[in-house]
Design a protein around this ligand. Structure first.
Ligand code: UD1
Ligand code: CA
Length: 453
């Protein structure tokens, strides 16, 4: 049995923020959500999150995550003190405890799993994840004998210049035999530079404590300031983009593209420069996205194109062409082989196959059939100042340029709407509708003042 404790009570002074450090966002998820996501990989029987600074906000942020227990650390007296707070909560628990710093968001679940396996295979009292860092500044240094058995961990600020030369650092990720740890925790002292109770001091009470080096040191980088936050984003992006390129996606200019880690891409997708894919987005095979597009929580079907456009919370089906300069939002569904062109905004609307909205239109709360042609400048007047109303348009109907469709309204199939019409009443199928003032031409007419001359 394994329980997980995540240390998330600190303010994170170096972030210079009112927001608790662990709630800062990294690629669409907070640092804490990322650490929790990693912990879930070992299927723990208990998950305890130690909260303190901004505890209400931290709890609120995890309101939708089932099975998390919160433990209050009222004063932040150090990482050792934080873990002391869980003693009453794990009374009688007899398994292993993984302790994770809440500010180490790049850790892979496989790494955590292999730490747990080493801990169990060697029957250690404690096993500590370590790394050889090119720049170890700020990290606790781990001192071992020849067998990777830890003799001491000394914080950067407590090191002598000679000790500081050691580049083997403490990742802030540990595995303990809980019953042994519970006995040792009350013995911690705070005689160090920060006058804090350091969790790392428990090593002097245990035998054996083993250090396990992580293969990819980037996984254990901790976030203490905004620069490290941006650095972590960069690492995450490189990971995500490299893996999509290996899976058959072309990313023309990776440095100018961002892709959230929940996004799914299929082979032969081409991502052009300056494109950002966010949230639960899926792009199907052979589609070309960008340049200059933002797609969020949307699905783009096969062989579609999205050029200089914004698509959020929407579905675009096979072979449709979006843009340049289109905006789809609020649950739009575009059928197959449609064309949504320049300066078109679609909101909460459904379009059948081969329907075109090619220029300068706003369609909101509308349902369009197949092969509809929306003329340039057609607008649904869907809002009466109080409520939104729907517009229905049948198959093969054509709206003339500058039509205004005042909702609620139903326009049948095979209708032609004359240019410049304002339609306020339903139109039956197979008809032509003209709703505009008739053109009047007065021949030989002159302005009165001119007549007087
Ligand atoms: C800690 C380790 C250091 C390690 C580094 C790895 C200690 C003493 N030092 O240092 O050896 O190399 O992490 O990133 O453990 N926290 C609490 N309550 C507290 C204090 C901290 O919950 O009273 C939480 C923080 O919110 C944070 C985590 O513990 O998520 C680590 O705290 P931080 O102050 O960042 O420790 P470091 O100085 O980075
Ligand atoms: Ca830290």
């Amino acid at each position: 049995m394994v329980a997980v404790a995540i240390l998330a009570a600190g303010r994170g002074t170096r972030m210079k923020s009112r927001l608790p450090k662990v709630l800062h966002q990294l690629g669409g998820r907070s640092l804490l959500e990322r650490v929790l996501g990693c912990a879930a990989g070992v299927q723990p029987s208990r998950v305890l999150v130690i909260v303190g600074y901004g505890s209400e906000l931290v709890k609120e942020s995890l309101a939708d995550v089932p099975g998390v227990e919160f433990v209050e650390q009222r004063e932040q007296l150090g990482t050792g003190h934080a873990v002391q707070q869980i003693i009453p909560h794990l009374q009688g628990f007899s398994g292993d405890l993984l302790v994770l710093n809440g500010d180490v968001p790049l850790l892979r679940p496989e790494t955590l799993d292999s730490l747990l396996q080493s801990h169990r295979n060697h029957q250690n009292a404690a096993t500590i994840l370590t790394a050889q860092l090119p720049d170890a500044k700020g990290y606790g240094r781990v001192f071992c004998d020849g067998q990777n058995l830890v003799t001491q961990i000394i914080e950067d600020r407590d090191c002598t210049p000679a000790q500081r030369q050691n580049r083997r650092v403490n990742a802030g990720i540990y595995c303990f035999q809980w019953s042994a740890l519970a006995e040792v925790l009350p013995k911690l002292q705070s005689n160090n530079d920060q006058q804090e109770y350091y969790l790392t001091d428990v090593v002097s009470y245990f035998d054996p404590v083993m250090a396990v080096d992580v293969q990819d040191y980037q996984e254990i980088l901790g976030i203490n300031d905004r620069k490290q936050l941006a650095g972590a984003y960069d690492i995450l992006q490189t990971r995500v983009k490299d893996s999509w390129m290996r899976a058959g996606v072309t990313i023309v200019d990776p440095d100018s593209v961002t892709i959230d880690d929940a996004v799914q891409l299929e082979p032969d997708v081409v991502i052009e420069p300056q494109t950002h894919l966010r949230g639960q987005t899926v792009i199907r095979a052979g589609s070309r996205i960008g340049p200059g597009s933002l797609i969020e929580n949307s699905e783009i079907g096969e062989a579609a194109t999205v050029l200089f456009s914004v698509v959020t919370d929407s579905i675009v089906n096979t072979g449709s062409r979006i843009g340049p300069y289109a905006h789809l939002r609020g649950h739009v569904q575009v059928g197959e082989r449609c064309r949504i062109g320049n300066f078109v905004e679609l909101k909460n609307s459904t379009l059948g196959d081969r329907t075109n909205v090619a220029h300068l239109s706003y369609l909101g709360d509308a349902t369009l059939g197949e092969q509809v042609n929306i003329g340039a400048g057609t607008i649904t007047a869907n809002y009466d100042g109080v409520k939104k109303h729907r517009t229905e348009i049948g198959d093969r109907t054509k709206t003339g340029s500058n039509s205004v469709l005042v909702a609620p309204i139903t326009i049948g199939a095979d209708v032609t709407i004359a240019a410049g019409s304002t339609i306020t009443e339903d139109v039956p199928e197979d008809s032509l509708v003209i709703a505009r003032a008739r053109q009047v031409v007065k021949q030989g007419w002159k302005i009165k003042s001119k007549q007087a001359e």
